[in-house]
Design a protein. Sequence first.
Lengths: 300, 86
Amino acid sequence: MIYFFLGKGGVGKTTNAAINALRLSKKSKVLIASTDPAHNLGDVFDISLEHRPINIAENLDACEIDYKRVVEEYLKQITIKIKRKYKYLSAFNLDDSLNILKFSPGVEEDALLRAIWSLVNIDIYENVVIDLPPTGLALRIMALPIINEVWLDKLLKARKKIVDTREALKNISPVFADSSQKDKTNTDEVYNELKKIKEENRLIYSRFSDPKSSSIFIVMNIDKLSYAETLRTLDGLRELEISAKTIIVNRYIEPVADDSLSIMRGIKKSFSNYSIKALPYKEGGIIGIKQLNSAEYFPL
Amino acid sequence: MQLKAFWKLFSSIARNKATDDLYFILAEREAGFALILFGFLVGLPAPPAGITLRLLPFMENDIKRLRIRDESMDDLFGDLARMLMG
């Protein structure tokens, strides 16, 4: 299973991801990965973490994804493929030219999606807990498979027309048939690559959206901004046809002020279809494996 | 015999015309496809970067054809006339 932790910045996603990862590790081999650019997973565990997973407790490995490294590795793979294909460019400094792509819109999101996908596919882990970035970036990453799907359908249709037209030309023009390097539909490299990307994309989307393989937790605090963002996040996920499972109200203090009481009423009304649980406020926060292990939720 | 020769000539002309039409259609479709992928360079909506980057290593011929199209842009009417008049 994959467990995603979503929420506004600073609400306590990382702490709750850590608590749940520790609980899961009592019965299974778990990886917890922080994908937040402003990592503090290591701070929450009070252990120094790296880009690659390291063991931090029995059955529990943890890592903090290095964004810069993820994007560099992602572009490196593209560069290698281009160099292999366009051998005459080997004298040309392709690395510098493609380096500019790391600033292109969408590259970071795609690189991160691929990094998450490769983490959840590591065989040795039965459960993977992903501490996602703040909502905006997290939703863009979750939306990518659907956006990709729409484009891939159009591109495949357009490419198939090109392939069919080439086929027709080969049948009536011996000159074209001789000059063409590809004889059949399934040897058009662009078409093949598009089909490959579509299949991978379909796997990613079905895994992320299937409640039997992924579970989404939204973390919030009892304040107006957090409540409003949680509502927007749920709307965003609904549009992606991905359903959240649980709302966690973090740093819970029994509400007495009118504002807090009103927000609590809103929570119980708006999130009545979800499992809602609360984690009590603790002075100084919950730091270190011992404190994380002793944290207790209660239902709201 | 004359009819046979006439038919052979007619078939050849029709085949050449069909071939020219298909060449034109193919060129348009290939240019269109390359433009979809790289149109962000000229302000068109683009597919997600991930898709474009994954296809980039395989798009050499398509990019070359796009460049050739760009070079013949000032003779679009010549292109069209050639196609229409066979």
